[in-house]
Write a protein that binds this ligand. Structure first.
Ligand code: HEM
Length: 534
C-alpha cells in the first residue's frame, strides 16, 4: 500500500529540516572560525557547483543521474565535488582522470562505498560486491578467477548455455508460428536468470526445474523494494525512520531468500555426506565448490553460510538484468538500423551458413557481431557509475583527495565523450572494426578498433576497470554474442511504429528501457532443425 504524504505534512517536515540545516551550518561555521589559523591546512579541493543546505546538489540532478553528472562536468571539469543529502562524492568524468583512479592508484581506490540501502541488509558484512578491499574480497576474487568464472572454467558450463539458448529459440519459434507478440524482456531475463541459477546450483535445479523462476521472483521483488527507497531514505534524514515501509518490505524479501538458500545448502550438505566416492569427479556446480572450500582445512579463510548466501545474491543482482538489458538494447538498435542488421546477417551467412546454429567457437570469426556488442555496451552501459572509496591520502589531477573520500567514475560520460567518440549518441558499430574494414570517419579520434571489453583502455569500460572490474565479463560476453547472433540468424523481426517511439525511452540511473519490448518474431530458419545440424 502506498502512503500519501499531504502537502501540509511536507511543508512541516521541510520547514523543520531547513531550520536544522541552518543551525548546523551556523554551528560548524562558528566552530571552524574559532580554530586558530595555524591548525588550518591548505587543501586543494576539486571545484563544485553551488549547493543548497541539506539538499546539496540534489536539485541539479535528474533521475538519469549519469547524464546529469555528465552535464555538470562540462561546466565544473573532469573531477568535481558533488553532495546529495548527507553523502559527498568526487565525480571523475574523463578517461585521463579515470586512468589515475583505476590504474595509477588502483590499490588505493580498491574499496567501494555503498550507494544502496545497506542498513536494511540482513547479511551485514557478508557481501562480496561491496566488500572492502581485504582478505575476504581477495580470497573470493581468486576463487572466481581460478575456479568459477574464468577461461577454461567457463567451458564447463557450455552445455547449460546451449540448453537455455535452445529453450529461448523454441519459445520464439512457437510465438512466430502462432503470430503472437513476444515480450522480449521477459524471455531474455528468463534466459540469463536460468543460466546463472543452473551454473550456481545445477543439482538443485535438476531436481526442481521450477527453482530458477522462484528465485527470480524473490530477487526481482527485492530489487523493486530497493528501487522504491528514495534518496532521502538512503542518504538523507529519513534513513533510520523507514517512513514508507520500503525498508521493511526489503528485509522481508531478503528473509525469504535466506530461508530458501538455507534449505538448499542443507540439501547439498546432506547429499555430500552420502556421496559415493566414485562420483568425486562428477561435474561440480558453484555451490559444490563453495561448500568444498568451506570444508577445506587448508583454505586461507573459512567461508560462513551468510557469505555463501550473499555471494549467490550478488551474482543474481549483478549478472541477470545487466546481461538481458544489454541484449535487448542490441536488438532495439538492430530494429532501428536495418543497414546494420543486413550487414550482420551477411556475416552470419558467410561464416556459419544456414544449416547449423552459430556456436561459441564462431564468435572470433565474426568481427561485425563483436563490434555490435561493443557499440551496444558503449551506448547503453548498464553499469554507468563505478563506485570507489579512497583508503589513503593522495593526489588526483593535482587535487588533494582525503582518505575515506567516495568517488564515482562516470563511465557513461567517458563512453559518450565527444572528444573521444565521433557522434557519441549514434549507434555506429563500424567504429570498433579493424582498419581494413573500417569506415575511417568514425575511428579517427581514438584507437577504438583495438579496445577490448575488459577496460584496459580507459576510454571504453562497460565492465569497469582495475581490481574491482566485473568478474562476469567472460560469461556475459559469450551470452550476448550467441543470443544476438542466433536471434538474427533464425528470425526476422517486426516492431510496430508506435513501439519504436517507446523503446528508446529510458528510466532510472542505469538507463534501462522504460517500456516492455514487444515485437513479432517471423521465422526465417527453423532453429529446431538447425539445432540437430549443430
Ligand atoms: C552485460 C553484462 C554485465 C555488465 C555490463 C556488467 C558490468 C559491471 C560493472 C560496470 C561492474 C563494476 C566494475 C567496476 O567497478 O570497475 C561490475 C561488477 C561486478 N559484476 Fe558485472 N556486469 C555484467 C554481467 C555480470 C555477470 C553475468 C556476473 C556474474 C557472473 C557479474 C558479476 C559481477 C560482480 C560479482 C561484480 C563485482 C566485482 C567486485 O566488486 O570485485 N556481472 N559488473
Amino acid at each position: 500500500m502506498e502512503i500519501e504524504v499531504s502537502a501540509n505534512t511536507m511543508y512541516y517536515y521541510t520547514g523543520l529540516l531547513l531550520i536544522f540545516a541552518l543551525v548546523s551550518t551556523l554551528a560548524s561555521h562558528y566552530l571552524f572560525m574559532k580554530r586558530p589559523l595555524k591548525f588550518r591546512t591548505k587543501i586543494r579541493s576539486p571545484p563544485s557547483p553551488p549547493a543548497l543546505p541539506i539538499l546539496g546538489h540534489f536539485h541539479l540532478l535528474s533521475s538519469t543521474l549519469p547524464k546529469s553528472l555528465e552535464n555538470l562536468a562540462r561546466r565544473y571539469g573532469p573531477l568535481m565535488r558533488i553532495s546529495i543529502g548527507s553523502s559527498h562524492f568526487l565525480v571523475a568524468s574523463d578517461a585521463a582522470t579515470a586512468r589515475e583512479i583505476l590504474k595509477t592508484h588502483d590499490v588505493e581506490f580498491a574499496s567501494k562505498f555503498v550507494f544502496a540501502p545497506s542498513h536494511h541488509n540482513i547479511y551485514r558484512d557478508a557481501e562480496f560486491v561491496n566488500a572492502p578491499y581485504g582478505t575476504y574480497w581477495k580470497f573470493m576474487k581468486k576463487l572466481c578467477m581460478t575456479r568459477l568464472f574464468a577461461g577454461p572454467q567457463l567451458e564447463r558450463f557450455s552445455h547449460i548455455r546451449e540448453e537455455e539458448t535452445s529453450k529461448l529459440l523454441g519459445s520464439l519459434w512457437r510465438q512466430s508460428v502462432g503470430k503472437e507478440a513476444c515480450d522480449l524482456s521477459t524471455e531474455l531475463t528468463a534466459l540469463t536468470n536460468n543460466m546463472l541459477c543452473w551454473m550456481a546450483m545445477s543439482k538443485r535445479c535438476s531436481r526442481n526445474p521450477g527453482q530458477p523462476k522462484e528465485i527470480r521472483e524473490i530477487v526481482s521483488n527485492m530489487m523493486a523494494c530497493g528501487a522504491k527507497l528514495s534518496f532521502a531514505e538512503v542518504h538523507g534524514p529519513l534513513k533510520h525512520i523507514d517512513l514508507f515501509g520500503n525498508g521493511k518490505r526489503l528485509r522481508m524479501a531478503l528473509r525469504k531468500f535466506d530461508m530458501l538458500l538455507e534449505q538448499i545448502i542443507k540439501e547439498y550438505e546432506e547429499s555430500n555426506e552420502v556421496r559415493d566416492p566414485s562420483s568425486i569427479n562428477e561435474e561440480k556446480d558453484v555451490m559444490d565448490i563453495l561448500l568444498e572450500t568451506c570444508r577445506d582445512p587448508d583454505a586461507e579463510i573459512t567461508l560462513t553460510k551468510d557469505q555463501i548466501k550473499h555471494f549467490f545474491l550478488d551474482l543474481l543482482i549483478a549478472g541477470v538484468d545487466t546481461t538481458s538489458a544489454s541484449i535487448q538494447w542490441a536488438m532495439v538498435e538492430l530494429f532501428n538500423c536495418p543497414e546494420v542488421l543486413t550487414k550482420l546477417r551477411y556475416e552470419i551467412d558467410s561464416v556459419v551458413g544456414s544449416t547449423r546454429l552459430i556456436n561459441e567457437s564462431d564468435v572470433p570469426n565474426m568481427p561485425y557481431l563483436q563490434a555490435i556488442v561493443k557499440e551496444t555496451l558503449r551506448l547503453h552501459t548498464p553499469g554507468p557509475l563505478l563506485r570507489r572509496r579512497c583508503n589513503t591520502v593522495c593526489k588526483i589531477n593535482g587535487y588533494d583527495v582525503q582518505a575515506g573520500t567516495n568517488i564515482l567514475v562516470n563511465a557513461h560520460a567517458i563512453m559518450h565523450d565527444p572528444d573521444t567518440w565521433t557522434d557519441p549518441d549514434r549507434f555506429i558499430p563500424e567504429r570498433f572494426m579493424k582498419d581494413s574494414d573500417v569506415d575511417r570517419k568514425y575511428s579517427a579520434i581514438v584507437h577504438s578498433q583495438t579496445m577490448d571489453l575488459r577496460g584496459q583502455d580507459l576510454h571504453f569500460l562497460p565492465f569497469g576497470s582495475g581490481r574491482r572490474a566485473c568478474i562476469g565479463v567472460g560469461h556475459a560476453a559469450i551470452v550476448m554474442h550467441i543470443t544476438i547472433g542466433v536471434m538474427i540468424q533464425c528470425f526476422d523481426w517486426k516492431v510496430r511504429e508506435e513501439e519504436k517511439m517507446n523503446i528508446k525511452v529510458v528510466t532510472g540511473y542505469s538507463g534501462a528501457m522504460a517500456h516492455t519490448l514487444l515485437c513479432y518474431p517471423i521465422g526465417r530458419l527453423n532453429p529446431l532443425v538447425l539445432m540437430n545440424g549443430k
